[in-house]
Design a protein around this ligand. Structure first.
Ligand code: FES
Ligand SMILES: [Fe+2]
Length: 388
């Protein structure tokens, strides 16, 4: 699990005024709440007084109130009221981490990390959102899986499992031309993507596609941005397309919460939403049955401990990017956290930690950057200095 990426925290409709919403992402407790203007905030959930859970408290005066002794924290994470201390004497250390928020597509996202704005990896936009001729389901689909999120993303990047895992779709078979040679991956700064073709026996999707003339060939592709955002494109014909966005939040090393936005440019009537969700969830269920039984739960430490073949090229590409983020020193040291967890809690560092001192909780420990990662960041800052 990595810091310094955008993670989905909650469906917008679950973050209501006057009531905090408690959740867990990257193994850490978080609290979300709305201020009186409707703006959503996401903070570390652990009260720095004596460990109360802010998410079990309430919202008052645009702040979340700890249920233990009533300390009050604003959207910026700063404590603005300690009932037993004069307001002007509130210590500088009375603050919790507050994370940058973007609210889009019916989801509250938070940037869980300490990078300044300009250096942050992007939140993958839903390009079709609000575009004429496209429709999203009226509600984001959210579900939990007892599997590690990297396994889930890899599953989405794997065109050769469909033939075996999805009989209800007619077991779409990857065309021979794409089977033997490595997939043609298009790399970009924060991820990569590919497009392939399947022979279309997709009975389920053909049935869905009743406005269309079914075709014999389906073009589909997938890509990822950062470790936890995945997109799938499916063209049923020249005109009829699905674009699916999966924003995934690792709850911990074993569980994942998935927020799914399905865009379509056919069957646009709202009454089709329910039917489409049902089909999508039944397909997801087929994947989940496989994912929850994978061994090991996480991705293996080395590709020497599995046997990858050309059709796994997207998985290999994903692993390469993951390694580059490990090299930077963004990987959370979950082993140390598990060892120390009994009498020490941690917080994901927020951008304010780079600006001010005096934080009560330790930042989550990270595996150190590798030589390669250090070299790269040195090169970058040299370039920057030259440009300046
Ligand atoms: S533990 Fe939160 S106010 Fe005391
Ligand atoms: Fe699948």
């Amino acid at each position: 699990m990595y810091i310094n990426f955008w993670y989905p925290i909650a469906q917008s409709e679950n973050v209501v005024k006057y009531e905090p919403y408690q959740t867990q992402v990257l193994g850490q407790q978080l609290v979300a709440f709305r201020d009186s203007k409707g703006k959503a905030h996401v903070l570390s959930d652990v009260c720095i007084h004596r460990g109360g859970a802010l998410g079990k408290g309430w919202v008052r005066e645009n702040s979340v109130v700890c249920p233990y002794h009533g300390w009050q924290f604003g959207g910026d994470g700063k404590c603005n009221k300690i009932p037993t201390v004069e307001t002007k004497k509130i210590p500088n250390r009375a603050k919790v981490d507050s994370y940058p928020v973007q609210e889009k597509y019916g989801i509250v996202f938070a940037f869980l990390g300490d990078l300044p704005e300009k250096q942050r990896p992007p939140l993958r936009p839903v390009n079709e959102w609000g575009r004429k001729g496209w429709r999203a389901n009226d509600k984001v689909v959210e579900f939990e899986v007892n599997a590690y999120y990297e396994r889930s993303i890899e599953n989405g990047l794997d065109p050769s499992h469909n033939e075996f895992v999805h009989p209800a779709q007619g077991s779409p078979i990857l065309q021979d031309a794409f089977k033997q040679k490595p997939l043609d991956m298009q790399d970009s700064r924060w991820g990569s993507e590919f497009l392939v073709r399947f022979d279309n026996k997709m009975t389920e999707t053909r049935a869905l596609n009743d406005e269309a003339q079914a075709v014999d060939e389906v073009t589909a592709g997938s890509g990822f941005v950062g470790p936890n955002q995945m997109i799938t494109w499916i063209s049923f014909s020249k005109k009829q397309r699905f674009t699916q966005y999966f924003y995934e939040a690792p709850i911990d090393k074993n569980r994942t919460r998935i927020f799914f936005v399905n865009m379509r440019n056919f069957m646009l009537a709202p009454e089709n939403d329910g039917r489409l969700v049902k089909v999508n969830l039944s397909i997801a269920k087929e994947d989940i049955d496989i994912l929850e039984a994978l061994d090991p739960v996480g991705t293996p430490n080395s590709t020497a401990e599995e046997l990858l073949v050309p059709s796994d090229a997207a998985v290999m590409s994903y692993r390469k990017y993951l390694q580059s983020w490990r090299d930077k020193g963004w990987y959370i040291d979950t082993d140390t956290i598990s060892t120390e967890r009994h009498n020490r809690t941690f917080a994901i560092p927020s951008p304010d930690r780079r600006k001010s001192k005096g934080w009560v909780l330790n930042a989550v420990p990270l595996l150190p950057p590798t030589k390669k990662g250090k070299k790269k960041s040195k090169k970058k800052s040299k370039k920057k200095r030259k440009a300046a």
